[in-house]
Design a protein around this ligand. Structure first.
Ligand SMILES: Nc1ncnc2c1ncn2[C@@H]1O[C@H](COP(=O)(O)OP(=O)(O)O)[C@@H](O)[C@H]1O
Ligand SMILES: [Mg+2]
Length: 248
């Protein structure tokens, strides 16, 4: 079972889009995938047409077993531990917990039978993201191809290193994923070159293009593969899945 955090403290960079569609693509390749929604905004949950009162929050505070809050999605092989707005309380409520950074890691010991666990992190480096990083084998960092793309990356890498040193020495960088890429746009090209210069080993070959179908799919509660299999969005997330699977 490989556990991957999808993390960037910036909002709107494509974390949730990547969590849903990489998850659905891995599932299409026959892998059994669990997507854990760690964001109180619950966009991954609603984007897969799920709405639940009982969610990851109840597992984190010890009220429910995490296995009891797993729900199937409309996609075969893709399951979700949903979130809802109650999760907003967790950051504060768990502060006094003895092993507050390891709560999720301990919960995941109970999870069996999945090939991949993907964690959709909130746009912050707070306790929910730390729990996710501590519980993970690797981090996938979506970066939006825009002017301030690099801003915040140093801080994110610092946090990743801190987690490595303190709690999770084997944490790896799965890769940096360029999202909302527009090949006709010079800025996208510049961001791509700059990221390749700074992180030559860590950039996924797959670029996720800006594709309106990707932004429409969640309002229908569907992954891009269910919404429009022929779209460039579908093709790019399938190609990312191949890279993650090391088929590419
Ligand atoms: N490749 C893309 N092309 C077009 N729109 C995208 C793409 N990726 C994400 N979006 C849209 O951009 C917004 C932010 O993406 P989202 O995945 O929710 O980011 P995050 O989870 O990092 O906040 C959403 O409205 C989403 O539909
Ligand atoms: Mg999100």
């Amino acid at each position: 079972m490989k556990i991957i955090s999808i993390t960037n403290q910036k909002g709107g960079v494509g974390k949730t889009t990547t969590a849903i569609n990489l998850g659905a693509s891995l599932a299409l390749y026959g892998k059994k995938v669990l997507l854990i929604d760690m964001d109180p905004q619950a966009n991954a949950t609603s984007g897969l047409n799920i709405e639940k009162d009982i969610c990851i929050y109840h597992a984190l505070i010890g009220k429910k077993k995490i296995s009891s809050v797993i729900v199937p999605t409309e996609t075969d092989n893709l399951f979700v531990v949903p979130s809802n707005i109650s999760l907003i309380g967790a950051e504060v409520e768990l502060v006094g917990h003895k092993n507050k950074e390891k709560i999720l890691k301990n919960l995941l010991k109970e999870i069996k039978g999945f090939d991949y666990v993907l964690m959709d992190c909130p746009p912050s480096l707070g306790l929910l993201t730390i729990n996710s990083l501590v519980a993970s084998n690797s981090v996938l960092v979506p970066v939006q191809c825009e002017y301030y793309a690099m801003e915040g990356l140093a801080q994110l890498l610092h946090t990743i290193n801190l987690v490595k040193k303190t709690f999770n020495p084997s944490l790896k960088i799965e890769g940096i994923l360029l999202t909302m890429h527009d090949k006709r746009n010079n800025l996208s090209k510049q961001v791509e070159l700059e990221l390749k210069r700074h992180f030559p080993k860590h950039i996924f070959k797959t670029l996720i293009p800006r594709n309106v179908r990707l932004s429409e799919a969640p309002s229908f509660g569907k992954s891009i593969l269910s919404y429009d299999i022929k779209s460039t969005g579908s093709k790019s997330y399938m190609s990312l899945a191949k890279e993650v699977l090391k088929y590419a």
